[in-house]
Every structure is written in C-alpha cells, then in structure tokens.
Design a protein around this ligand. Structure first.
Ligand code: MG
Length: 210
C-alpha cells in the first residue's frame, strides 16, 4: 500500500511538521527493532508520520487512544472542537476522524488502533517495542502512567519519545517535562538532543552507560 505522508498536514492536531519529520525518521530506524506504539493518536497526525516510518520496513504501529478527547478537549474547555463532538452521544469522539486519516494516508496495513485507555492496553502487554511515543493526557498522573506502563517494553537501542516538553512553565504544562526528567534519572536511557518540544531517549542495553 502506498503511504501518503502529505496527509499529515491536513489532519487536525498539535504537532509541528518538523517534529513530525523527526518522528518519521526515528520510526524508520526503530521499526527494524520491533513494533512501534504511540499513546494519544487524536485524529492521527503523529500516526501518519510514525506509521510512514514503520511502513518503510513493513512494520507495525500500535496506536493507543480512547478517542474520547483529553481533559482540555472536553465541552467548555480550552481545546474543545465542535467538529469532533458527537451531539447524539454527548461526547467527544475522535475515532471517526482517526479512521478517515488512516484510510486517506493508506495506513490500513500498518496501524493497529487500540481504542481504550493506555493502562488497559498495557495490562496484558508482552511484546517488546522498538519505539514508544508518549503524547496522551498531559496531567502528571496520565503522563506518568503512560511512562510507567510502556517504557519497560522498549528494547535495547529502541526509543522513548515524549512530546510537549517545556522547561519554562510559562510556555506550557510541566508534566511531560517532569516525566522526561524521571526517565533520565532512571539511568536506563541515553539522552539524545531534544528537538523543539520533542524529548528523545534511547534505551540502553546491558553494559551500556548513559
Ligand atoms: Mg502533543
């Protein structure tokens, strides 16, 4: 199936295209090590970038999202989007938009959607992963849960990417940055140069030092 990476630009979302390109390039490497997994697909913008990287190697991207929108996307909140609101069901529902993105981009044979909360998907998880991208809920509890559930599954040489890193509280919420610092302090990852708001860590193998 031919992947149309340009579709990413037409999809609603909060990801800079230059950061998307970093996701694409990292996924192209990581998908040789194992499947990739993202938390917080929303309408599928990052899914297109990571999925396109996976597709280069015939890889798989697991895309985890309950598709009910995060805290700040609910009715009356700052990032509420009426187009993603199901009046009849009285709830935010991004799954329709997400599926449309997958079919438009040609990612049907690459992306496996997991429509549930991240910790539910993780409960019986036993598959080593080449890459984990954390971009789900931005409360500390949500971001830490995503880290705690999934970072343990990353293979040596695989990547942990965390979006929306803001060192300065005036620029954005602090939870992803707090979780990033915890990951670094664990001593189990090597810090690679951050790109804009994207934190990039590589899982160390036995005998490797940060
Ligand atoms: Mg984000």
């Amino acid at each position: 199936m031919k992947i149309d990476i340009g579709v990413a630009e037409t999809v609603k979302g909060f990801l800079d295209p230059a950061e998307g390109k970093v996701l694409y390039e990292t996924a192209m490497e990581a998908s040789r090590l194992g499947p990739c997994l993202e938390i917080g697909s929303y309408c599928g913008k990052s899914t297109v970038w990571i999925g396109a990287g996976c597709a280069e190697n015939g890889g798989i991207l697991f895309a985890v999202d309950h598709h009910g929108g995060s805290e700040e996307q609910q009715h009356g909140q700052e990032y509420f989007d009426r187009e993603l609101y199901d009046e009849k069901e009285d709830r935010v529902d991004t799954f329709g938009a997400f599926r449309k993105t997958l079919s438009t981009a040609g990612l049907g044979d690459t992306v496996v959607p997991l429509v549930c909360r991240s910790e539910v998907a993780a409960r019986m998880w036993n598959t080593p992963l080449g890459l984990v991208f954390i971009d789900g809920g931005h409360s500390f509890e949500a971001a830490f849960t995503d880290y705690n559930c999934w970072a343990r599954h990353i293979v040596a040489g695989g990547y942990l990417l965390i979006h929306d890193i803001f060192e300065n509280p005036e620029e954005g919420g602090q939870a992803p940055w707090e979780v990033y610092k915890l990951a670094v302090a664990s001593g189990l990852f090597r810090e690679l140069p951050r790109f804009r708001t994207m934190g990039i860590l590589m899982r160390l193998g036995c005998g490797q030092m940060p």
